[in-house]
Design a protein around this ligand. Structure first.
Ligand SMILES: CC(C)(COP(=O)(O)OP(=O)(O)OC[C@H]1O[C@@H](n2cnc3c(N)ncnc32)[C@H](O)[C@@H]1OP(=O)(O)O)[C@@H](O)C(=O)NCCC(=O)NCCS
Length: 143
């Protein structure tokens, strides 16, 4: 990596030994709080692409992103998180670009994600567009 990201390595996959670091990331964010270790382990096995950013000096997790993909038509990005100390230096952008280039996503015609309104400009700067306004998102939650 160059510029502000000197000292960071992006790696496909994440070592299960980093699960505590990932748990700490998840505890900080509103949509991932309360996730349990066993479920996170299942989630990592079930994800089609995972990219971890590692700070080489400390060996610590600096960023994370994952995705599900059918390999051809559709994929969805989840859980983009950058460690506070690394925010604003291009790592979030680098993680999205890298996961779009992983084998699971690189041939997908469409990749989507869900975000809050205040994140839209960030994703637009990466080439994402708002979904057509006549489409809505439906969800079913296990009770
Ligand atoms: C959102 C997040 C991943 C961005 O990572 P980052 O490494 O700080 O972002 P970058 O440095 O790559 O920023 C890239 C660009 O997006 C902009 N940007 C970053 N966060 C933004 C935000 N919340 N809203 C609008 N623009 C934003 C930056 O200003 C930068 O613009 P530039 O290239 O013109 O300078 C990081 O702030 C984070 O982990 N936040 C908490 C978790 C979260 O909200 N994740 C997103 C869930 S949808």
């Amino acid at each position: 990596m160059s510029g502000d990201l000197d000292g960071i390595e992006l790696r496909e996959g994440i070592d299960i030994a980093r699960i505590d670091e990932l748990l700490a990331f998840y505890e900080r964010e509103w949509w991932t709080q309360g996730r349990e270790r066993a479920d996170i382990e299942r989630m990592l096995v079930g994800s089609d692409a995972v990219v971890a950013a590692v700070e080489l000096d400390s060996g610590e997790l600096a960023g994370f992103v994952r995705a599900l993909s059918d390999g051809a038509f559709r994929s969805t990005i989840f859980d983009l998180i950058v460690a506070r100390a690394w925010q604003g230096r291009g790592l979030g952008r680098a993680l999205v670009e890298r996961i779009l280039a992983t084998p699971a996503l690189e041939r997908c015609r469409r990749t989507d994600l869900v975000c809050r309104e205040d994140m839209a400009a960030f994703y637009e700067s990466l080439g994402f567009e708002r979904s057509a306004s006549d489409q809505i998102r439906m969800e079913w939650t296990r009770g």
